[in-house]
Design a protein around this ligand. Structure first.
Ligand SMILES: Nc1ncnc2c1ncn2[C@@H]1O[C@H](COP(=O)(O)OP(=O)(O)OP(=O)(O)O)[C@@H](O)[C@H]1O
Ligand SMILES: [Mg+2]
Length: 299
């Protein structure tokens, strides 16, 4: 396999646009006590439709937060704003104190904000290993000439990428040589997360990672999300409709309805908030089954 050659010579532009926010991982930004990620009164309009309306959100480094709301509430649009797919109409988005609203997706990815997609976007005709190695090789690429001439630098970079990709796949217990398209759905979702991690992000945005998973896969995912935060030091923002996952892993939750934030708080506060129950949770999540979900999440 020859990921660097494949990327550099043939498809680099394609890979950049399709991966969107999976790109080279130079860590940037000032560290300190400031939030790692901040949305300040962010609004996004599509013509007459206000998809996101005055959203404020502040994540400390290492936060594990959730963004929930009914279909069409604007959740994915928030991710698209955070990753440069769209520029905010008004408002400010800061990463490590630096304004990133309106930056290009590859620039934001290069700073360390990475995502998975609501609709899985793997390279289905590549193997599992190639999917992850492709993302990993976007960091510290050895350059065109090293690649074309297959210099020692190219060979070393290639070996490092493959070794690191295999380590990630071991962690996720994914079979390196299977084609992505032949994996079960739940494994494809986990491969998306592994691929996002290969870019070494600081902030990981997960858009409905449990969609299509069975209860056991969802539980495994919850444990994995905790590990990613604890062992990789990641800051994680999660969109999810599966309330047992959201209530089980998130320490803080923001609720959007028609683009508008209607509540923010701990899982306990959210599930007992009358505005949230009326606007969103309804009979889906009573306090009793939320508690059960949290208890089941062995974390
Ligand atoms: N590019 C776009 N152009 C026009 N309208 C858009 C665009 N992207 C999103 N929207 C609209 O913005 C609103 C919010 O969409 P979004 O995908 O963010 O919702 P969501 O909360 O992620 O919903 P779901 O839970 O179904 O994934 C919807 O009404 C959607 O149709
Ligand atoms: Mg969505």
């Amino acid at each position: 396999m020859c990921c660097h050659l494949w990327l550099t010579v043939y498809d680099r532009e394609f890979v950049f646009s399709d991966l969107c926010v999976l790109a080279s991982g130079r860590l940037a930004g000032k560290m300190g006590t400031m939030p790692i990620l901040e949305l300040d009164n962010v609004t996004k309009r599509f013509g007459g439709l206000v998809a996101v309306n005055g959203v404020n959100l502040s994540l400390e480094k290492g936060a594990l937060a959730g963004l929930i709301g009914p279909n069409g509430a604007g959740k994915t649009t928030v991710f698209n704003l955070l990753t440069g797919v769209y520029a905010p109409t008004t408002g400010s988005i800061r990463f490590n104190g630096r304004e990133i609203g309106g930056m290009k997706p590859h620039q934001i990815a290069g700073l360390g904000v990475c995502r998975t997609f609501q609709n899985i976007r793997l390279f289905s005709d590549l193997t599992v290993l190639e999917n992850v190695a492709t993302a990993a090789s976007l960091r510290d690429a050895p350059g065109l000439w090293n690649t074309v001439l297959r210099t020692g630098r190219f060979e070393r970079a290639e070996a490092d990428v493959l070794a690191e990709s295999r380590r990630l796949l071991d962690l996720f217990e994914l079979p390196p040589d299977e084609f992505a398209k032949s994996l079960p759905y739940g494994d494809q979702r986990r491969l998306e997360i592994a691929r996002a991690l290969a870019t070494r992000p600081q902030v990981l945005l997960l858009d409905e990672p449990a969609a299509g998973m069975n209860p056991q896969e969802s539980l495994d995912l919850m444990r994995m999300i905790h590990r990613l935060r604890d062992e990789f030091g990641l800051t994680i923002l999660l969109i999810e409709h599966d309330m047992s996952v959201v209530m089980g892993v998130c320490e803080a939750i923001t609720v959007l309805v028609y683009g508008q934030p209607i509540a923010h708080g701990t899982p306990a506060e959210i599930r007992s908030d009358p505005r949230v129950i009326e606007a969103y949770l309804g009979s889906e999540m009573t306090e009793a089954n939320a508690d059960e979900a949290v208890a089941e999440a062995v974390v």
